[in-house]
Each structure stands twice: as structure tokens, then as C-alpha cells.
Design a binder for this molecule. Structure first.
Ligand SMILES: Nc1nc2c(ncn2[C@@H]2O[C@H](COP(=O)(O)OP(=O)(O)OP(=O)(O)O)[C@@H](O)[C@H]2O)c(=O)[nH]1
Ligand SMILES: [Mg+2]
Length: 471
């Protein structure tokens, strides 16, 4: 029986170590009874109503005082998980927390697995799956924009939008089923023009959400910025300088960085994901070649490319490298050419190099800056340029932005199914309605999977595995 899955009571610390107060969360049918075994307050918690707080002592099995605590009592279904729940706020000591946890365990509770509280909240209908995922996003949010999107999703904004789309498709499906029922009599009940319009609207809506992922993902995971260039030009030095820490190894040996290194960094409220890559060159070394392959992948998938050029190299070499990198760009990618090591060359060299690159700067979205990554010259200008370009990245509060890969994949599948329906409706030779209805059901299935209307243990396992324990 479904209910049996939740018979057990789970517990976990809900706060991280090091604070003045720690909170231990307990949830399950027996949560209140379990805590009563070692909590001594004015009266047993079993007599307490929901949403009440109680001061008391925690005593161990010998009756010895362990700590003075405040517990909050929640009664099903009015709790985060929808179950009976208790939150014990004790003094923030690892020792006390571990002793209380062992008291809970010896009184029948078990340690919660990652995300188990939220998983129970989902399974008890307290929130849908996309809202459960938003809980993790909210906690991980590093910028105001990411916080806003997660909060909107948590409040059910995205779910409502999906519910609207699903309702339209269900209406469409019912029109088609009607036609199906009477197909023997060869009656076309549903007006095909109206059907086409309905499918068209939902498909367009789906595609808009898919398109929003680019921005949504950049806000949540950082705008991808690839740092590329030949070996030894100072890419890793630049990464370290931007982050303000020695993240990547820097050396004068060409080919020092072999794999990509990614770090996020917040500049004026915009999250960037800087990606240091292996220097581009012909290499005999098979591992280095894999790294160079990855560098090209990052180059073509980044929103912005920092092309690092070495001023100490001969000008024709600089130009060749800049041209090579540019040739891999698509029109919607921005590029900043960085003439690095300005400290090491006379101004005439810098001027000559800048002039030789002018033909590459004619295109929109391109810029050239002169820097010294080693001496931190010109980096402030680079940072300003980055944050100015992406400052307006937060689309208005009204727009829904998809930030989750699982969601965008489901939307892509739904969109593909809807396109098949559209093609069927447009086809000069009539496609049987039951085939169209089948594609429509598939689209509904994919949209439903986002909110967890259809979910398997495997899907849930994948989602909640990435949560922390205690969430
Ligand atoms: N003079 C000077 N030297 C620099 C500057 N930036 C980097 N270097 C030096 O150039 C050498 C290579 O620097 P890295 O940052 O390792 O270069 P890279 O592009 O990451 O090299 P690979 O990982 O091998 O592709 C090191 O000796 C750095 O100290 C700079 O602005 N001025
Ligand atoms: Mg490097």
C-alpha cells in the first residue's frame, strides 16, 4: 500500500554546522511520539496542537540532561512534508546534534536520505515536482535574478502556466476523441481549422519556454564565458586574476592546462561561469588533443568568448590566432579580444597589434581590450564590460524562464509531438484522427512529467539525489 512507504519516521539535521543554534527535523506518523520519549516539557508533545512551540529538556536514556531546547510541533497535513513533524532547535554543537540524532534513531526513527523531506512533500501532494525542484534552486540561488526565478517556480507560477497549456491540449484531445467516436459515420466534428489554431498556440508557447532556457540557464548557472587562445598566452593567469584566487596552474610551459576548468563568479549581481581551456595548438599528445577538442566545444557553446592573444608574439601570429578563433563563432556569440602581456612590450607593439586586428572588430558584439593578466592591468575595464553587457539579463518579473534541463527536455519532446499533430492536420491526405490523438497524448504526457503528474521512482531518485540531507 502507498501509505506504508511513509510509515517510518525520518530525521536529519536541517542546519549546517557552525551556527549558534542547530535544528533537527523529524517527520513521519510517529514523529511526535518518538520525540516524546526523550523530551521533558510542561506536558507531553502528544497533547500539543499543530503550529505550537515548546520549551523543555532533552534527556538521554539514563535520564541525564543533554540540552535545553525549543521544539516546534506540526500536525499532518499541515507541515512541510504533510506528515506529523517536529523541529528540535538545540544548541549548535556537533556533539549535542549527534546525541539527539542517536536518541531519535534508538527510538525508531531512521536517517533521512538526501531530499527525502521534499520528496515526501511531493508524494503527499504538498507541491508538484517542479516546485520541489525549485526548493533546491532557491537554496542554491546566488543572485537576485536566480532567486526570483526559483521563488516564482516554488510559488507555482510555472506549474500554472503548464496547467494552462495542458488544459488547452485536453480540450483539443476531447474534440478529437469526439470525432473518433463518430468516425464510422465519417463525420468531422472538430473543425480542423480550429484544431490547427489550438495546436499552433500551444506549440508556440512550448517553443517560447524552450527558448527561455538560454537565458534561464545563464541566470541560474552563470553566463558561460570561454577563455580561449594559443598555449602560454595567459589564459589561466587571467582566470585566476578574475576570480582573485590561484584556481588554475600557471606556468611558462606550453600546454599547462589540459582539461577545462570552470568557476562561477558574481560581478555586480550577474553570475558568470568562466571556463579556462587548453591552449589551442597542433599537438601529438593524445590527452592534450582531447583537451583541445573540449576547448573548441566550449568556444562554440559559450555566450561570450574571451580570446586571449599574446602581445609578445609576432603580429601575424596574433592576427592568425584571432582569425582562427573568430571563425568558430556564431552570430549570436560575443567576443572580447584581449591583447595580453601589455607590460612586456613597448606601446608601439600594442598599437601595431591593435591596428592589425581592426578588420575583426567591424562586426557587432566585438571588442578589444589591452590587459596584463599578470599585473592586473585593464581587468577592471573587462569586468565593467562584462557586467554592462549582461546587466539587463533578468527578463521582466512576469516572464517565465525555464532553468532546468529536465524541464527543457520534456518541453522539447512535447513540442516535437505537437509538430507531428500540426503536420497531420496540414497534410493534404487526411491523417486518421486516432493517430493525431496519440501524438497529442504524448505531448500531454511530456508536459505532465514536468510537474510530476507522471513520474517513476527512477525519475524521483535522480531529482532528489542532488538535494542535501535535511532538505
Ligand atoms: N609578462 C606577462 N606574463 C604573463 C602575463 N600573463 C601570463 N603571463 C605568463 O605567461 C606564462 C603562461 O601563462 P598561463 O596563464 O599558464 O598561460 P595559458 O594560456 O593558461 O597556457 P596553457 O595552459 O599552457 O595553454 C606564465 O609564465 C605567466 O606568468 C602577463 O600579463 N604579462
Ligand atoms: Mg592554462
Amino acid at each position: 500500500m502507498m501509505q506504508n512507504r511513509f510509515d517510518n519516521t525520518i530525521c536529519a539535521p536541517a542546519t549546517s554546522r557552525g551556527g549558534a543554534v542547530s535544528v533537527i527535523r523529524v517527520s513521519g506518523m510517529n514523529a511526535i511520539r518518538c520525540v516524546d520519549k526523550f523530551f521533558r516539557g510542561r506536558k507531553p508533545l502528544a497533547e500539543a496542537g499543530g503550529y505550537t512551540m515548546h520549551f523543555g529538556r532533552i534527556v538521554d536514556s539514563d535520564g541525564a540532561l543533554l540540552d535545553e531546547v525549543v521544539v516546534s510541533v506540526f500536525r499532518a497535513p499541515h507541515s512541510y512534508t504533510g506528515e506529523n513533524a517536529v523541529e528540535i532547535a538545540c544548541h549548535g554543537s556537533d556533539y549535542i546534534v549527534s546525541r539527539i540524532l542517536s536518541l531519535l534513531l534508538s527510538n525508531g526513527a531512521k536517517m533521512a536520505s538526501p531530499g527525502e523531506f521534499t520528496r515526501r512533500a511531493f508524494l503527499h501532494g504538498k507541491m508538484d515536482l517542479s516546485q520541489a525542484e525549485a526548493v533546491a534552486d532557491l537554496i542554491a540561488a546566488q543572485t537576485a535574478a536566480a532567486h526570483r526565478i526559483a521563488l516564482k517556480q516554488l510559488k507555482g507560477g510555472f506549474s500554472e502556466e503548464l496547467a494552462g497549456m495542458r488544459a488547452e491540449l485536453l480540450h483539443l484531445a476531447s474534440l478529437m476523441e469526439l470525432e473518433l467516436d463518430f468516425s464510422e459515420e465519417e463525420v468531422e466534428f472538430a473543425d480542423r481549422k480550429q484544431l490547427r489554431e489550438l495546436v499552433g498556440n500551444v506549440t508556440a508557447h512550448c517553443d517560447r519556454l524552450i527558448e527561455s532556457f538560454r537565458l534561464g540557464n545563464a541566470i541560474k548557472n552563470g553566463v558561460p564565458v570561454a577563455i580561449v587562445g594559443n598555449t602560454n598566452v595567459g589564459k589561466s593567469t587571467l582566470l585566476n586574476a578574475l576570480l582573485g584566487e590561484e584556481r588554475a596552474i600557471v606556468s611558462d610551459i606550453a600546454g599547462t592546462t589540459r582539461d577545462t576548468i570552470e568557476e562561477t563568479f558574481n560581478i555586480d549581481g550577474v553570475l558568470f561561469r568562466f571556463i579556462d581551456t587548453a591552449g589551442l595548438r597542433e599537438s601529438e599528445d593524445s590527452i592534450e588533443r582531447i583537451g583541445i577538442g573540449r576547448a573548441y566545444e566550449k568556444l562554440s557553446s559559450a555566450q561570450l568568448v574571451l580570446a586571449v592573444l599574446d602581445l609578445a608574439a609576432p603580429v601575424p601570429e596574433i592576427v592568425a590566432s584571432a582569425e582562427e578563433i573568430s571563425s568558430h563563432l556564431s552570430t549570436d556569440q560575443r567576443i572580447v579580444f584581449l591583447l595580453n602581456k601589455a607590460d612586456a612590450v613597448p606601446v608601439v607593439t600594442t598599437t601595431a597589434a591593435r591596428k592589425a586586428l581592426s578588420h575583426l572588430l567591424a562586426t557587432q558584439g566585438r571588442q578589444l581590450l589591452i590587459i596584463s593578466a599578470r599585473d592586473r592591468i585593464g581587468l577592471e575595464e573587462l569586468r565593467n564590460s562584462l557586467s554592462e553587457t549582461y546587466r539587463d539579463m533578468d527578463a521582466g518579473a512576469e516572464t517565465t524562464l525555464v532553468t532546468n534541463l529536465r524541464h527543457v527536455e520534456a518541453l522539447r519532446n512535447a513540442s516535437a509531438s505537437l509538430r507531428r499533430v500540426q503536420e497531420g492536420l496540414d497534410s493534404p491526405t487526411p491523417v486518421p484522427t486516432d493517430l493525431l490523438a496519440q501524438d497529442l497524448r504524448e505531448a500531454l504526457y511530456h508536459l505532465g512529467s514536468i510537474v510530476g503528474e507522471v513520474s517513476t521512482d527512477e525519475i524521483l531518485g535522480n531529482i532528489f539525489r542532488n538535494f542535501c540531507i535535511g532538505k
